[in-house]
Design a protein around this ligand. Structure first.
Ligand code: DLZ
Length: 157
């Protein structure tokens, strides 16, 4: 979604469609809730700023990032133009981090290959909560904003 030299935080407004008739689902993981809430707010505000109407922004909460796959898959079978999967996976003492991160990345990749609407990967995979805070409204921006812009660019492709 973003690299040191390619951040969607600075984007060309003229490339973004008017979101007036878009319906977008945001699947939100409850793990590391403060972070995912900040990502959600960044995404929602950005969609509204691009004329997506609030009633066409549907939030679906899931217990953890692993469940983002099922949540996004379910949303793909509904009437959404795009789906944003929001999660935050932080390195712990065990190998959970690798298994969950890889599963979510592959699961969402598969949905993009096989489903009828794009699924945007807005999942932080950080070593520390400090890194996650920096990317959810801190000095590294808010990846929820970037995910919303990505979703709007993918609609209609
Ligand atoms: C179990 C677990 C762990 C250890 N860490 C995280 C995390 O950092 N971020 C996250 O979103 N979810 C975590 N989970 C929960 C799993 O995603 C999942 O909800 C459970 O394994 C149940 O399927």
């Amino acid at each position: 979604m973003v690299t040191a030299d390619n951040s969607l935080s600075q984007y060309d407004q003229s490339k973004i469609f008017n979101g007036k008739n878009f319906r977008i689902a945001l699947i939100v993981s409850e793990w590391n809730r403060d972070i995912t809430e900040a990502l959600f707010q960044g995404a929602k505000t950005t969609l509204i700023n691009h004329n997506v109407s609030p009633e066409n922004i549907v939030r679906i909460d899931v217990p953890g990032s692993f469940e983002l796959i099922y949540g996004a898959s379910t949303a793909q079978q509904m009437d959404f133009d795009a789906i944003i999967a929001i999660g935050c996976i932080i390195q712990g003492e065990t190998r959970h981090f690798e298994f969950i991160s890889n599963a979510v990345a592959h699961g969402i990749k598969d949905l993009n290959l096989n489903g009828k609407s794009p699924v945007v990967f807005c999942v932080l995979t950080d070593d520390t909560i400090v890194q996650s805070k920096a990317r959810s409204g801190g000095d590294k921006g808010n990846k929820g904003i970037e995910a919303a812009i990505t979703a709007m660019r993918m609609i209609g492709m």
